[in-house]
Design a protein around this ligand. Structure first.
Ligand code: SAM
Length: 294
């Protein structure tokens, strides 16, 4: 038993069985399937590495840290969060984060049974203002969930890559939003001929692991990869608003008008072509009937 009466083995068991109620105490901006995926990666790290360190970019209230802070298998946590009061988002909206502070996050995490706050280091900056050596740890698992723009996801991924060994793993949240940043990161790895494996976990988690990590071979992760069809549909549905926007009656009417205008232009063009051809034929016919005289 630990100091709060929570049995460490019980916690490990709950992580292994993807008990999403581990995320119940602190509000987390994660779908239920995301919670399962994060627990599966967490559990796989514990199984592959024994003890491991974790890096998170974007922690807000600490929702995504609540199982890790309680699990002794996770021996160090670095939380990078620039703590802005609002954040741009590639989805076209701006998200407000009032009272956004590390102090509030640590207070909430400290209330969890068995939480070990001593292993958390917080950095109230963005990755542009930090060097990987500043972290004081080498993460085996990184979770990228900070600013939801392609540019930020790309620079955070580069930071994670620089901070981790060849056995590390980077998980991106909300891949359906920052997919261009992820795609560019993969292009960079390909250009450098870096070996990796990439896969998708429901609902929105895109994972890149470097070859020695082998997390995907651990049962919990393997079985979630087989369920990633749900994440595929979830991602498409989460982008439905763009489809609905372009199918609004105003845009439908506009498209109909464009089609009519185009049709009219094509008909006028075809009529002109025919007239010109006819003119040429008549011209040459009359040239044959009435040859010009020198
Ligand atoms: C979606 S929330 C994180 C949610 C958290 N991971 C969870 O699951 O509950 C995004 C966080 O990214 C932080 N953030 C915004 N811009 C950032 C930046 N440039 N660098 C690092 N963190 C940033 C925000 O302060 C916010 O706390």
């Amino acid at each position: 038993m630990d100091r709060s009466g929570v049995n460490g083995d019980d916690l490990r068991d709950r992580v292994e069985h993807q008990d999403v109620s581990l995320f119940d105490q602190i509000p987390a901006l994660l779908e239920v399937d995301d919670r399962r995926s994060l627990l599966a990666l967490h559990d796989a790290c514990a199984k592959v590495h024994g003890a491991f360190s974790y890096l998170e970019i974007g922690s807000h209230l600490g929702g995504s840290l609540q199982a890790l802070v309680r699990d002794p298998a996770c021996d160090a946590i670095a939380s990078i969060d620039a703590r802005p009061t609002w954040m741009p988002d590639e989805g076209g909206i701006t998200i407000a984060y009032p009272d956004n502070s590390s102090a509030r996050m640590l207070r909430l995490l400290g209330d969890l049974p068995g939480a070990s706050l001593g292993k958390i280091r917080t950095f109230d900056v963005s990755t542009t203002q930090l060097s990987p050596v500043d972290l004081g740890l080498v993460p085996s698992l990184c979770f990228v969930d900070g600013e939801h723009t392609d540019e930020a996801a790309l620079r955070d991924a580069r930071f994670c890559r620089a901070a981790m060994p060849d056995s590390g793993c980077i998980a991106f949240h909300d891949a359906a939003i920052v997919y261009r940043g992820i795609a560019q990161f993969l292009r960079e790895l390909d250009a450098e001929a870096v070996a990796y494996s990439a896969y998708f976990l429901p609902a929105t988690v895109f994972v890149i692991e470097f070859p020695q990590a082998k997390l995907r071979d651990v049962e919990g992760v393997t079985s979630l990869i087989l369920e990633n069809y749900r994440g595929y549909l979830f991602s498409l549905q989460s982008n439905d608003r763009y489809r609905e926007f372009f199918n609004h009656w105003v845009f439908r009417e506009w498209r109909t008008l464009q089609r009519r205008l185009l049709k009219g232009r094509l008909e006028r063009w075809a009529a002109r072509e025919t007239a010109e051809k006819l003119g040429q034929t008549t011209g040459s016919a009359s040239a044959m009937t009435h040859p010009t005289q020198d």
